[in-house]
Design a binder for this molecule. Structure first.
Ligand SMILES: [Zn+2]
Length: 376
């Protein structure tokens, strides 16, 4: 059975990697996706100049009285571990701010603890009952069980920056540069409030839309970035470290493993290509599966496309892998059964099935689902 009815969905894959043109806001130029165009443009970038700019930013960052030079928003994963250890090598003292994931895995716990060997770590854990309610609403309203996860990843570090008076924050890569996005977005050096509202994964859903009889406006404070006035009062600037030195996921993973990050022998689920990414949140499988149902590509397709660009794997081999694996149902993720993931947030199988059907592009075929989830 083909993955997609190519004609009906008008699916065309990038001529360089294997990403389809069904990714939202990712225009193709002469048959090539914007991530491939950005990757090639890296060769023309004066990286020495960028590093000189970074050095200036770090010098300014040190001029605050908080006791820390900058904040690194972290999951304990490969990029976070790289960011923290790289910044320490560059002579700064980071504070790690970890926004707790929706369903932390044992490996995720171990990697957060490992990274805490290198720098002081603050873990921000919003009210768990509210969080579970947000998981349910995120799934039903926008087809994203991980809506609160993404909201807190962007809001928690900014809120801590304002609270503790630490003006400089370093996120990892610019996602539009690494994975594609609207033309020009790949050049963003800073993550602003406007960037968060456009690319922060809110899917058109505002925090105040979540307020109901169970969830109050005060509960939602954990998921809202500080106001521009609050950010300006501390002079908060959130940078993408990947705009100052070329981002390389495999290099980051190798460095992270040398620094004690644990990974697995096999990817967390068969629809993933990398063994070293997103190991901390058991909900990630469902999040990625819904992306496949909506747009016709899964996380594995994005991961293997990065490896095609860097020359790690040939395009034809990648295409065969994508045809065999992309969109496979995540019966388990990082060792956690999907039924445990659903049960933890009070979602039953019928709701999952109904929601999946509602968000599925009609041209995306169901693939290898457990019997109870298969359409009749
Ligand atoms: Zn491409």
């Amino acid at each position: 059975m083909p993955l997609l009815d190519d004609g009906a969905m008008n699916l065309v894959r990038c001529k360089t990697c294997v990403m389809p043109n069904t990714r939202p806001d990712t225009p193709f130029v002469d048959g090539e996706c914007s991530a491939c165009v950005s990757y090639r443009a890296r060769k023309a970038i004066d990286w020495q100049q960028r590093m000189a700019t970074l050095t200036q930013i770090l010098d300014t960052a040190k001029r605050n009285s908080s006791g820390f030079d900058c904040i690194v928003p972290s999951s304990g994963g490969k990029d976070s571990t790289y960011q923290v250890t790289r910044l320490i090598l560059l002579g700064v003292k980071p504070l790690i701010v970890t926004a707790t994931t929706c369903h932390l895995t044992r490996l995720g716990r171990a990697n957060i603890d490992n990274l805490a060997r290198y720098a002081t770590t603050i873990e921000v854990t919003p009210n768990r009952d509210v969080r579970r309610a947000l998981n349910r609403k995120g799934l039903e309203l926008v087809g994203d069980i991980s809506w609160p996860e993404h909201a807190s990843i962007f809001s928690a570090p900014l809120r801590m920056a304002v609270h503790l008076g630490i003006p400089t924050i370093f996120y990892g890569e610019n996602p539009q540069e690494a994975y594609g996005g609207p033309l020009g977005s790949e050049q963003a050096e800073q993550m602003t409030r406007r960037w968060i509202s456009e690319f922060g994964g809110f899917l058109g859903l505002r925090a105040k839309d979540m307020v109901d009889s169970e969830i109050t406006e005060r509960h939602m404070k954990d998921y809202i970035p500080p106001s521009q006035d609050e950010l300006d009062r501390v002079g908060v600037r959130a940078y993408f470290l990947g705009q100052f030195e070329a981002w390389d996921s495999r290099r980051n993973a190798e460095r992270a493993m040398q620094c004690g990050m644990r990974t697995t022998m096999m990817p967390p689920t068969p629809g993933n290509w990398w063994v070293f990414e997103n190991l901390d949140n058991a909900q990630t499988g469902l999040h990625d599966w819904f992306m496949f149902l909506k747009y016709g590509f899964g996380r594995g397709c994005q991961q293997i496309s990065v490896d095609v660009r860097s020359g790690y794997i040939e395009r034809e081999r990648a295409l065969r892998w994508v045809e065999a694996h992309d969109g496979l149902f995540p019966e388990s993720y990082a060792g956690v059964s999907v039924y445990d993931v659903l049960g933890a947030c009070g979602i039953n199988v019928a709701t999952l099935r109904r929601t999946a059907e509602r968000f599925r592009n009609p041209n995306v075929c169901w693939r290898q689902m457990p019997k109870e989830l298969q359409p009749s």
